[in-house]
Design a protein around this ligand. Structure first.
Ligand code: HEM
Length: 343
């Protein structure tokens, strides 16, 4: 993951008056630091309508072209700063990581589930990280190789016949299969079907305009997320009744106890299952799609063993991520104010 060139979009909730710069030595004479260039759009809605009326990539690329690697905007209800360069990504995620904390817009948190790993820090985050990593150990994956191969072969077979397929969509189907295998092991077909159906609706609404108006993609996604909770609680209840101690992610989540012997609640387990599915599906599908593209352009690459790493280097899989500044931060003569979210 470290090798990926992230474009870092920082969305800032303008709140506190600009007073002291966190990174500045107090004995130094006060420098004049400006806010990044850019437009905050209309009161309240900012530039959210512009974002949704065009391809978000075009929206951000046009701004980047006009203002450069750092600019401000106001979208999804937050005054924000966007940082878009590998140097900025390193500043926020590595060298000055202590000045930022992970955050996500509330609309996305509601769809994934507030107890998912991404929205936490500290002991709870550490505990979940160990659980997720444990479920992906070599030992656990070795047990799944035959099933993963069967899923890959079934996917390849379904592409026979000379019809046109959308590689990314097909890879999403495959990564969903492998994701559910890693999370649940073998799942009954009726559960799998219901999970897939409702997860697709959540996925569709995830990047849509957040509103409670019935019939909109976001509202439909919220309703589907509720249904996912019901399906997951049935699966969890069944697993508990059978007292199975599987090594898949669900098993690891069910078996985990904190230092006081407390187990995770069913809701926390459900949020983390949906969270891992989200983290795993599009990322893996993107990288597999790029691999197919590069292999098609240069079949000789197949001889090398670094196809995956090289694809990750060439193609940015995650185009944005979120952080909130925990203090006022100066970057290249511009101020990023505290309590602000960045993508
Ligand atoms: C090539 C594929 C993948 C890429 C490029 C990728 C990329 C990333 C990145 C950049 C982050 C950090 C986001 C941030 O800090 O804001 C992240 C976090 C995470 N990813 Fe992946 N990911 C991939 C595959 C997966 C898979 C298959 C899983 C399944 C378990 C997964 C689970 C997670 C989890 C649980 C986190 C949160 C970690 C934490 O908060 O400590 N990812 N991923």
């Amino acid at each position: 993951m470290e090798g990926i060139l992230l474009c870092v979009f920082i969305f800032l909730l303008a709140a506190l008056p600009l007073c002291m710069l966190f990174t500045r030595d107090k004995t130094e004479p006060r420098k004049k630091v400006k806010l990044p260039p850019g437009s905050m759009g209309w009161p309240l809605i900012g530039e959210t309508l512009q974002l949704y009326s065009q391809d978000p990539n075009v929206f951000f690329a046009a701004k980047q072209k006009r203002y450069g690697e750092i600019f401000k905007t106001h979208i999804l209800g937050c005054p924000c700063v966007m940082l878009a360069s590998s140097e900025a990504a390193k500043f926020v995620l590595v060298t000055q990581a202590h000045l930022f904390k992970p955050t996500y817009p509330k609309s996305k948190e509601r769809l994934i589930g507030p107890s998912a790993i991404f929205f936490h820090q500290g002991d709870y985050h550490l505990r979940l990280r160990k659980i997720v990593q444990g479920s992906l150990s070599l030992e656990a994956i070795r047990e799944l190789v035959t099933d993963i191969e069967a899923a890959a072969v079934a996917a390849l077979d379904s592409w026979h016949g000379g019809h046109i397929i959308n590689t990314f969509q097909e890879m999403k189907k495959l990564s969903f299969e492998v994701g559910t295998l890693t999370i649940f092991g073998h799942l009954k077909d009726n559960y799998k079907g219901e999970l897939k159906k409702n997860y697709l609706i959540v996925d569709k609404g995830y990047n849509s305009f957040s509103t409670n108006i019935p019939g909109t993609p976001y509202k439909k996604a919220l309703q589907a997320r509720k249904r996912l909770n019901e399906i997951l609680s049935d699966i969890i209840r069944e697993r508990k009744e059978k007292r199975l101690h599987e090594k898949d992610l669900l098993g690891c989540l069910l078996n985990s106890k904190d230092e006081n012997g407390e187990v995770l609640s069913d809701d926390k387990i459900a949020d983390n299952i949906i969270g891992v599915l989200f983290a795993a599906q599009d990322t893996t599908a993107s990288v597999m799609t790029w691999i197919v593209k590069y292999l098609h352009a240069n079949p000789k690459l197949l001889e090398g063993v670094k196809v995956v790493l090289e694809s990750l280097r060439m193609a940015s899989i995650i185009s944005f991520t979120f952080r909130e500044a925990v203090a006022d931060v100066e970057y290249k003569g511009r101020i990023i104010k505290s309590k602000h979210i960045y993508f």
